[in-house]
Ligand binder design. Structure first.
Ligand SMILES: [Zn+2]
Ligand SMILES: [Zn+2]
Length: 464
């Protein structure tokens, strides 16, 4: 068995906080290290997700080119991961040529198979600046809760998935004009409805071993027939739709982003003699594991698997360890509301070992967790320093002073029998926890061993 581990592609549009690190990147890193330390074959793949309207708007605000803007965030995220000792075998960019090639291959294949179709639809256009207004490029009053600044994709107040054509008094976000009109247009749709039965059949094989927070969520969204979704937009940033009649249209971000796992693997292996499909993605001996946050379940548990089944280019995900959220002192992190701790600042103050140790204890595997300063202090002082640190320190000090040349074999006798057995059992249990993505529990288990061995030394008092 080999392990293809992916971490959700961070969006190249803003800083990462502890929730992202503890929820996705740290557990994926620990899992990969665990597999590699056991001598198993494993690769960890991720990269920046660099398309979409939110990026375009912020780049425009920052008066930067889109490419320049995403390159900056790409570098910032890479540097942060390095400080946290989170390592990837490959961390790529979806704005690169290799990614475009792979995405077009998927688009064309699904189109040939009738799983992508062209459809006429009404769309908003600004009559003043003539821009088409997809998603967040239009704002207006929410037709559900009447919040005045609902966006074309979502109402930030009531959470409704907005139909932009229904927005009350829509305003163009390019030029601020209120002359917004619905015009006849067309887009290409991913025909999820045609894949409903194949999806259900496949999902049956995943249900028994997927997490309890994932299965009912996917089930509730797939009970009725799957809904087809537009995968193209009228934008000037993204991958061109490879059709003459689609001039000016781009493939939309949620279609190309998950393909990034595949294109980044291809890029990693290009000079290695290994084939990214035959040896990894399409290999029945490969376990494909996507580490994600719970807000990403719909794409990783439904839409991307449908794309994988449809093309048959790669096998769909084997395991989907989706984590809950990490809050800050009990409240959700919010950069805009100033409820925020800079992950970069924290690491320069406390260092990677301490931060990783505390954040591991916060991995929200079964429920939301909360970052607190008191919690950080306690974890570091009483567990990392007092339990683990103390054990290593006293054991090393004692053995160095008594046997500077190394401990003679005869001295290990005291450790035979039940003690050795209990340590062996511990190691087995510890591996089982990590193998099943229960990394936070694994850490707790390790702390129990720490307490036991400290007690053992105190009771045996080898110095006397
Ligand atoms: Zn306009
Ligand atoms: Zn609303």
């Amino acid at each position: 068995m080999k392990y293809l581990i992916t971490s959700a592609l961070p969006y190249a549009n803003g800083p990462l906080h502890f929730g992202h690190i503890a929820g996705v990147y740290l557990p994926a890193d620990i899992f990969t290290r665990h597999k590699k330390l056991k001598g198993e074959k494993a690769i960890h793949i991720s990269g920046s997700d660099e398309h979409g309207v939110a990026i375009m708007q912020n780049a425009q605000k920052a008066k930067k080119s889109y490419q320049e803007y995403v390159n900056e965030w790409h570098k910032t995220h890479k540097d942060l991961f390095a400080k946290y000792d989170i390592t990837f075998d490959y961390f790529g960019q979806t704005s690169k040529e290799y990614h475009k090639e792979e995405t077009l291959k998927w688009f064309k294949d699904l189109l040939d198979k009738g799983l992508i179709e062209k459809r006429a639809e009404k769309q908003l256009q600004c009559q003043s600046c003539k821009n088409m207004l997809p998603d967040r490029f239009v704002e207006g009053e929410c037709y559900v809760c009447h919040y005045p600044e609902a966006r074309g994709d979502e109402c930030p107040d009531c959470g409704t998935w907005i139909d932009p054509l229904k927005l009350i008094n829509p305003v163009c976000k390019f030029c601020g004009s209120k002359e917004v009109k619905a015009i006849d247009s067309y887009q290409w749709y991913l025909m999820l409805s045609k894949m409903h039965e194949r999806f259900q059949e496949w999902f049956k094989s995943r249900k028994p071993h997927w997490r309890k927070n994932v299965v009912p969520f996917v089930e509730s969204l797939t009970k009725e027939n799957l809904v087809d979704r537009a995968i193209t937009r009228d934008l000037d940033w993204g991958i061109d739709v490879p059709l003459e009649e689609a001039k000016g249209k781009k493939i939309y971000v949620w279609f190309d982003a998950p393909i990034g796992y595949v294109s980044n693997t291809k890029e990693l292996l290009k000079d290695s003699g290994e084939d990214y499909l035959k040896d990894w993605w399409k290999n029945p001996d490969t376990k494909i594991i996507n580490f994600i946050g719970k807000d990403n379940i719909i794409f990783h548990g439904i839409i991307f698997p449908v794309m994988c089944l449809g093309t048959d280019f790669v096998n769909p995900v084997s395991d989907l360890p989706a984590n809950q959220y990490v809050n800050l002192e009990g409240k959700q992190f919010s950069k805009s509301k100033g409820w925020y701790v800079d992950a970069d600042e924290a690491i320069s103050q406390f260092g990677s070992d301490a931060m990783r140790f505390y954040l591991t204890s916060l991995i929200p595997e079964t429920s939301d967790s909360s970052f607190t300063w008191k919690g950080l202090e306690l974890k570091i002082n009483s567990e990392l320093a007092n339990n683990v640190g103390n054990f290593i320190n006293r054991a090393m000090k004692f053995s160095n002073s008594k046997w500077p040349e190394g401990i003679p074999a005869s001295k290990f006798e005291a450790f035979q029998g039940e003690h050795l057995e209990s340590v062996k059992t511990f190691v087995k249990e510890y591996h089982e926890l990590l193998d099943t993505y229960q990394i936070k529990k694994g850490q707790e288990h390790l702390m129990n061993l720490g307490s036991k061995v400290n007690l053992f030394i105190t009771e045996r008092a080898p110095w006397s």
